[in-house]
Every structure is written in structure tokens, then in C-alpha cells.
Design a binder for this molecule. Structure first.
Ligand code: VGL
Ligand code: ZN
Length: 182
């Protein structure tokens, strides 16, 4: 559909079968690949992309095990989604050791452009958000898209989560804010 795009959040190996493996990740990847297969719209990928000394890691006093370290398999996009990847539409976040960045809005692509800038250049008005984890990066990205004026739909069978209760609470909160679910 014209003016629509899909944003794929952090479908990266550490969130699938690695140090931060999330519940529902296998179905999330399978359903995401099927969605992208039949979608004839731009697909933008958000990638958590941390330096080895990132402040969100437990050794630095943060809440998470090391994950999505630059140059490791854990930070790579899941293989079934690779046919849909375009380098200029990949946005990297969490690259500054000092900053936690859950939202795809804080990332930049290889040319230094933000997600919002590229969506505007593509004349996108409606965004479907899918990916991992519901209660962190998916929620923060969907909320920032909504605040920026996009019509936002989250596809519920294309999500994975850290905690089941957190997943359900995040969905309820997003619905209350005006994010649609399909
Ligand atoms: C995420 C925890 C740490 C996410 C990223 O993608 O939801 N969660 N870094
Ligand atoms: Zn992270």
C-alpha cells in the first residue's frame, strides 16, 4: 500500500536464541518472514548495536547480559528476514557506550539519517511495527512513531517478549495510547 511501511525491531539472534532469548521469538521470526514475503512496502530494520563495554550490560552495572555486540552473530538480523534487508534502511541504536536507546527513533542508518527522516523522505504515513521485545524496543519505537504523527499498527503475532506479564501490560498501554493492533 502506498504511504505504508513496516518497521522490524531487533529481530537479532541474541533476542532469539542468544543471551537475551525472548519468549515467542521463533514464532515471531516465522510470522515476520511470512508478513514481509507478501508485503509490497518498504521494510526498515532497527538493530540494537552495542559496543562491548555498553552501560546497559551487567559488568557496567546495567540490567542486561551482554547482547548484540557489534561484530558478533548475536547482533545479526535473523536469516529468514535477510532477503528483505536493504543496508540503507537499517538503523543502528545503542552504539554510544553511555546511552541506553530502546527506541528505533534514536538510531541512524549508514548515512547518519534517522528513522523519522527516512520515513518522511519515503512519504510514509502509516507504519506497521513488529519485533522484539514487546515491552522495551517495540513499545518505545511504536510510541515515538505515534508521537511523531504516524498511524501505528503493531502486529501481535510478530512479537516476542522478555516477560509474559510485561508483554500483556505493554500491549494494554499501547492500545490505550491509540496504537492499533492487528
Ligand atoms: C532490548 C533490552 C536491551 C529490546 C534492547 O530490543 O527490546 N531489550 N536492549
Ligand atoms: Zn540492548
Amino acid at each position: 500500500m502506498k504511504n505504508s511501511a513496516i518497521v522490524v525491531v531487533d529481530e537479532l539472534y541474541d533476542f532469539i536464541d542468544g543471551s537475551l532469548a525472548c519468549q515467542g521469538a521463533d514464532d515471531c521470526v516465522k510470522n515476520s518472514a511470512a508478513l514481509l514475503e507478501k508485503a509490497a512496502v518498504p521494510v526498515l530494520f532497527i538493530c540494537d548495536h552495542h559496543p562491548a563495554n555498553h552501560s546497559s550490560f551487567a559488568e557496567q552495572g546495567g540490567p542486561w547480559p551482554p547482547h548484540c555486540v557489534q561484530g558478533t552473530r548475536g547482533g545479526e538480523i535473523a536469516e529468514p528476514l535477510r532477503p528483505f534487508v536493504e543496508d540503507s534502511l537499517c538503523f543502528y541504536k545503542g552504539t554510544d557506550p553511555a546511552k541506553e536507546q530502546y527506541s528505533g527513533f534514536e538510531g541512524v542508518n549508514e548515512a547518519g539519517q534517522t528513522l523519522d527522516e527516512v520515513l518522511q523522505l519515503l512519504d510514509i504515513k502509516e507504519v506497521t511495527v513488529i519485533g522484539i521485545a514487546t515491552e522495551y524496543c517495540v513499545r518505545n519505537t511504536a510510541e515515538d512513531l505515534l508521537k511523531a504523527g504516524y498511524k501505528v499498527t503493531v502486529k501481535e503475532d510478530c512479537l516476542a517478549w522478555v516477560d509474559a506479564a510485561g508483554h500483556r501490560e505493554a500491549i494494554a498501554a499501547m492500545k490505550a495510547e491509540g496504537i492499533r493492533f492487528a
